[in-house]
Design a protein around this ligand. Structure first.
Ligand SMILES: NC(=O)c1ccc[n+]([C@@H]2O[C@H](COP(=O)([O-])OP(=O)(O)OC[C@H]3O[C@@H](n4cnc5c(N)ncnc54)[C@H](O)[C@@H]3O)[C@@H](O)[C@H]2O)c1
Length: 329
């Protein structure tokens, strides 16, 4: 049984707790949140010890595994503290604010011989998994491009304030939701993004983050991809098109997958849905047990930060940016 603790009792907390409850190997023991009431309420709901200082929690509870669900600017410090406390960890995405921070986290995990996994939920969503299988099988011919579109009103009342400040969040919609798109493209193609040209806009009217972005990307295996995201008003969209020489896939992550069939889209039959938060913890348990290698590793997640850095630099300079090699899988 792995004693599991959670740092951060915010929006994503319940998803992790529900996943832990489905796994015999994990036992949730404690939660820490600087907002005392939130920590106590979460603790009461799930029968956990609650703390306002996560360092005290690490010291007293000595957890085997910690889930870090904090604002992005706090990921690095928390990861290093967990590593020092000898705890394996699942860090929420994006891994940290910069590639440099990712390196420090990876170094700490190595030094203290603990596993560091990043919560890249795209890998565990069934429509994505089936799409990846189809790409691998090659029945649709050669993949020639990917087109990823996401629109979601970003400046909503319920979004905590830190998300609107670059120093705390790292960026806006591209850092938060774009991280999922970058991951999805790299993972579907099994190839890291090597070039990026980006044009961002800044009209959110709150904080200092970008509100939209148009990106032109190229993977190491020379597949071009476009990512278009807007957090302004409009109609929500979350769709990825994969275009091959002999057909197309239309992927609505978490909803459906369609494949072209004689000039029309036909819905692809899906296996039974499984909780992605549960599947990612199952991977981590197997990795701790030495049964399989870690897919959503710090090294891999760092490559997403490298692309994010490239996006902001490209938009600032108006130039195409080459992403250096960060993936050492
Ligand atoms: N995988 C996904 O699909 C997904 C979805 C939502 C959020 N996330 C990620 O999860 C993380 C958390 O996001 P959220 O929406 O839950 O944010 P949130 O703001 O709702 O929650 C963060 C919590 O951390 C607490 N906190 C702040 N500083 C702290 C400290 N020093 N010690 C202890 N607690 C502290 C806050 O009080 C807050 O309750 C982010 O990295 C976010 O990008 C991932």
């Amino acid at each position: 049984m792995l004693k599991t603790a959670i740092i951060g009792a915010g929006k994503i907390f319940d998803s992790h707790l529900k996943a832990i409850a489905q796994l015999d190997r994990l036992k949730a023991v404690a939660v820490a949140d600087v907002q005392g009431e939130k920590a106590q309420e979460a603790g009461r709901r799930y029968g956990l010890h609650s703390y306002t200082d996560y360092r005290v929690m690490l010291e007293k509870e000595k957890p085997d595994l910690v889930i870090v669900a904090l604002p992005h600017w706090l990921h690095k410090e928390a990861a290093i503290d967990c590593a020092r406390a000898g705890a394996h960890m699942l860090i929420e995405k994006p891994m940290a604010l910069t590639v440099g921070e990712c390196d420090e986290m990876i170094g700490a995990a190595r030094q203290h011989r603990v596993q560091l996994m990043v919560g890249l939920t795209q890998h565990y969503i069934r429509e994505n998994r089936v799409a990846k299988q189809i790409v691998k099988q090659g029945d649709l011919g050669k993949l020639v491009m990917i087109n990823d579109t996401r629109h979601q009103l970003y400046n909503v009342e319920s979004r905590p304030e830190w998300f609107f400040h670059k120093a705390q969040a790292g960026g806006g919609i591209l850092t938060n939701l774009g991280a999922h798109s970058i991951d999805k493209i790299q993972w579907l193609l099994d190839s890291p993004i090597r070039k990026v040209k980006a044009h961002l806009s800044y009209h959110v009217g709150r904080g200092d983050i970008e509100g939209s972005g148009a990106l032109f990307l190229e993977t190491e295996n020379h597949i071009p991809a476009t990512v278009v995201q807007s957090g302004y008003e409009g109609v929500p969209v979350n769709e990825t098109q994969l275009i091959f020489t002999k057909g197309m896939l239309r992927l609505a992550t978490g909803k459906s997958l369609w494949i072209s069939d004689q000039g029309r889209y036909r819905e692809v039959e899906m296996p039974e849905a499984q909780d992605p938060f549960k599947l990612q913890l199952m991977e981590l348990i197997d990795v701790i047990d030495g049964v399989r290698p870690l897919e959503s590793s710090g090294e891999y997640a760092k490559s997403i930060n490298a692309v994010l850095e490239g996006i902001y630099r490209s938009s600032e300079t108006g130039t195409e940016i080459e992403i250096f090699k960060t993936m050492t899988r």
